[in-house]
Design a protein. Structure first.
Length: 255
């Protein structure tokens, strides 16, 4: 597993060198359903990483945001979001990451999230903990919502009205009960910054989270001592006691 982790870290760092500092120069190629963008940078990173995997581990499969699934019945499946936060990347805002996870027989075992601009490399593998730039990190010890900075995600205009209304009610509960609520809408970074204790919890109040958005962050968060719950894309993650209290606060409708 350590060999696979080092391999993953290496190819992600190499791919990051392609886009670092070039975000606002990357051509927007198209807009997808739901308002997401695809830039030249997305495709360059995807090609670099998937070609590296195919060259070193030809029997492994992958699920990638732009290319879809390949050899989906393989024991080892790589899950890639070439640029999480493309909406920021395309505007020159350095709030984006490369997110790569490895699943073995359906279970996530490795997570890498790399933010090239500040050069933050989050690495985790099951049973080995989480590191940030080689240093061990851990979730905060916050227990009460009233003491917590919560990173939240909410739906956009493309989500069903009933989902938007329910999510806004839950956001109001968070605002009324948490210390601070912050919205960044880059799931991989939200989960990773929660793993380092920057945020106390991460909450996704919509059903739009895709596997490539959260697969790496889940490993990073849980290996840093956090608890992660996902019900059809509605996510609560953070230190165990705070995690449970946030689920109680937000109600059982979807979480």
């Amino acid at each position: 597993m350590n060999k696979l982790l080092r391999f993953a870290e290496g190819i992600v760092r190499e791919a990051g060198s392609i886009v670092k500092g070039a975000s606002n120069h990357s051509e927007v190629l198209r807009s997808k359903e739901g308002g997401d963008l695809v830039t030249e940078g997305d495709l360059l990173v995807e090609r670099q990483i998937l070609d590296s995997i195919a060259g070193s581990y030809p029997d492994h499969g992958f699920i990638s945001e732009e290319r879809g699934a390949y050899q989906a019945d393989a024991d080892y499946i790589w899950v890639l979001d070439p640029i999480d936060g493309t909406k920021y990347f395309a505007r020159g805002i350095p709030l984006y990451s490369i997110s790569l996870a490895l699943q073995f027989k359906g279970e996530p075992v490795i997570g890498i999230v790399y933010s090239p601009e500040p050069e933050q490399m989050f690495c985790a593998s099951v049973g080995a903990g989480t590191t940030l730039n080689g240093r061990s990190i851990h979730c905060s010890h916050t227990k009460e919502p009233a003491d917590a900075i919560v990173c939240a995600e909410i739906p956009n205009k493309h989500s069903p009205v009933v989902e938007r209304n329910r999510s806004f009610d839950q956001l109001r509960l968070l605002i009324d009960n948490a210390w601070k609520v912050r919205l960044i809408h880059v799931a991989s970074l939200g989960l990773s910054w929660c793993a380092m204790g920057g945020f106390d919890a991460y909450v996704s109040l919509h059903s739009g989270a895709k596997l490539w958005d959260i697969a790496a962050g889940q490993v990073i968060l849980t290996e840093a001592g956090g608890q992660f719950s996902n019900n059809r894309g509605w996510i609560v993650a953070g230190p165990p006691l705070l995690h449970d209290k946030l689920i109680d606060l937000l109600g059982p409708t979807e979480l």
